[in-house]
Design a binder for this molecule. Structure first.
Ligand code: 13P
Length: 257
């Protein structure tokens, strides 16, 4: 069964509301209607919380979907600075990124809190882009697969096979994020295949076949075709190159089957 590719832009803490709307307008201009054809990948952009409303307005009439970059697990309450799944749903957001390595590295996210966020997002009807990946030290120690397995098992604890339909995984080796150092096609494919095999054991081989696994980490027009041609790479989660319309458009083109 062919998996439709997904090209997702993670804007991180970049672009104000007006800058975000301008980027969408530039993408629309570059798209000239071809984005709507069946062979096109699904396209998602994940702006900062304050920019979401403006971007939702800007994408009207296009197939571009809008996601958030994080979500809290509680329905509401005394959690200063946090945003709930219900708030995102009411806004019109379809997806949410959870467990990005920058959240894990700089904001104390653990697999336990990632799992709580995943469950809350799914319960509210959001689709989840769950990020996992090893650090450079872990790769050098040869424990990449063990780290990935620990993250996948913890982060998806209590997530049912049915709910798996609403999960996209993103393999983002931490050493490749924003560094210009991309995993080679082979390095990425090896981990993606490992993740799919693991999902097969945790759920069922058929369920694993249906799950999309994105690659993230310095993906750009120059290296996208090779990565996207790998059998277990189903798209990209893109940081830097998602901030420029021409680059993001080139990545969308590269994902066309
Ligand atoms: P870069 O594409 O800038 O390396 O960022 C990748 C990423 O972290 C996407 O979530």
């Amino acid at each position: 069964m062919a998996r439709r590719k997904l090209i997702a832009g993670n804007w991180k803490m970049n672009l104000t509301a007006s800058e975000g709307a301008k980027l969408i307008a530039d993408l629309k201009a570059a798209c000239d209607g071809s984005c709507k054809c069946d062979c096109a990948p699904e396209v998602l952009v994940c702006p900062p919380f304050t920019t979401i409303a403006a971007v939702l307005e800007a994408v009207k009439g296009t197939p571009i979907e809008v996601g958030a970059q994080n979500v809290h697990w509680a329905e509401n309450g005394a959690y200063t600075g946090e945003i709930s799944a219900k708030m995102l749903v009411e806004l019109g957001v379809s997806h949410v990124i959870i467990g990005h390595s920058e959240r894990r590295q700089y904001f104390g996210e653990t697999d336990e809190t990632v799992n709580q966020r995943v469950k809350a997002a799914l319960a509210a009807g959001l689709k989840v882009v769950l990020c996992i990946g090893e650090t450079l030290t872990e790769r050098e120690k040869g424990v990449t697969n063990a780290i990935i397995e620990k993250q996948v098992r913890w982060d998806l604890a209590d997530v049912s096979a049915e709910q798996l339909d609403n999960i996209v995984l993103a393999y983002e080796p931490v050493w490749a994020i924003g560094t210009g150092k991309t995993a080679t096609n082979e390095q990425a494919q090896e981990v993606h295949a490992f993740i799919r095999e693991l999902l097969g054991k945790m759920y069922c081989p058929k369920c694993a076949e249906a799950v999309r696994i994105l690659y993230g980490g310095s993906m750009k027009p120059a290296n996208a075709a090779g990565l996207l041609a790998q059998p277990d790479i189903d798209g990209g989660l893109i940081g830097g190159a998602a901030l420029k319309a021409a680059d993001f458009m080139a990545l969308i083109q590269a994902a066309k089957a």
